[in-house]
Write a protein that binds this ligand. Structure first.
Ligand code: IPE
Ligand code: IPE
Ligand code: MG
Length: 258
């Protein structure tokens, strides 16, 4: 449990479920929150109702990760490809992000969450950009869980941006191209300074990464569940973490001798 959350909030915290080893939890969990539309359609409801339910699932997941001792949660909220959706759905999502952020800033601050928005934020509506700036500033000193919300995020766009920034510095004579290494490249990504995700969860049964964290997921463990994102709950997170704890991570090496 994060110290900050335990002391600064009176809300009930969730104990770590039996069977999970607190010493072997992922430090950083990334999640592709997929299946909102199908969740709604199965109920005969418009897709956007699924997005609203998806927000509740995200709040639940953030709380649980924080209470159980996961250090960082990175959630894919809107991809660079999601602009291809019908205008009505895109507009609904932008308005939803604004409403939710407005409503949640205070609670996030109180619970010491440190929120960051990763992606190209400039094409977002101005009102949303302002709220993002406000939430980022107000929670920057938060000593609790780090919460990255990937908004207008694309892994390829992020890599191109990093390459462009390095090329710019080289062109200005500030950087020797021969000195560019992995560390220096990673420092130009939106996730600069953060640990790579240990575990990637994708809901709704799709076996793809859809342009998410192409660099950072190099050695993440993948957990794919058929659960649709709005149904993602403590049980589903518990299952993902158990799955993770049963993996042998070798990073290209061999298992240690028994
Ligand atoms: C994920 O749910 C949310 C976003 C991409 C914003 P979807 O909207 O992709 O739901 P499905 O995949 O169509 O069911
Ligand atoms: C990935 O889901 C993007 C987000 C969850 C924000 P999509 O629903 O957009 O992915 P595809 O189109 O099925 O690959
Ligand atoms: Mg989808």
């Amino acid at each position: 449990m994060s110290r900050a959350l335990a002391t600064s909030s009176t809300r009930q915290t969730h104990p770590l479920p039996a069977g999970l080893d607190p010493a072997r939890l992922p430090a950083h969990v990334a999640v592709i929150m997929d299946g909102n539309g199908r969740w709604a359609q199965r109920r005969g409801l418009p897709r956007v109702v699924g997005h609203r339910a998806g927000v509740e699932a995200l709040k639940r997941t953030l709380r649980l990760c924080s209470d159980w001792g996961v250090g960082a949660l990175t959630a894919y909220a809107f991809s660079t490809e999601n602009w291809n959706r019908p205008g009505e759905e895109v507009n609904f999502l932008m308005a939803l992000f604004e409403r939710v952020l407005q409503r949640e800033i205070e609670g996030l601050e109180r619970e010491e969450v440190c929120i960051r928005f990763l992606g190209d934020l400039e094409p977002l509506p101005l009102g949303l950009q302002n709220l993002i700036a406000k939430a980022t500033a107000r929670t920057a000193a938060g000593s609790g869980i780090r919460f990255n919300v990937c908004t207008n995020y694309g892994g390829r766009a992020e890599l191109v941006r990093a390459a462009r920034r390095l090329a710019q510095r080289a062109a200005e004579g500030e950087l020797d191209p021969a000195s560019i290494d992995e560390q220096c490249f990673a420092a130009e990504l939106h996730t600069a300074g953060q640990l790579d995700p240990d575990l990637l969860i994708r809901t709704s049964g799709e076996h793809r990464i859809s342009n998410f964290l192409l660099w950072q997921l190099a050695y993440a463990e993948l957990h794919i569940t058929d659960v649709l994102w709005p149904d993602f709950d403590g049980e589903a997170l518990h299952a993902a973490l158990l799955d993770y704890q049963n993996r042998q991570r070798r990073f290209g090496g061999v298992d240690p001798a028994p």
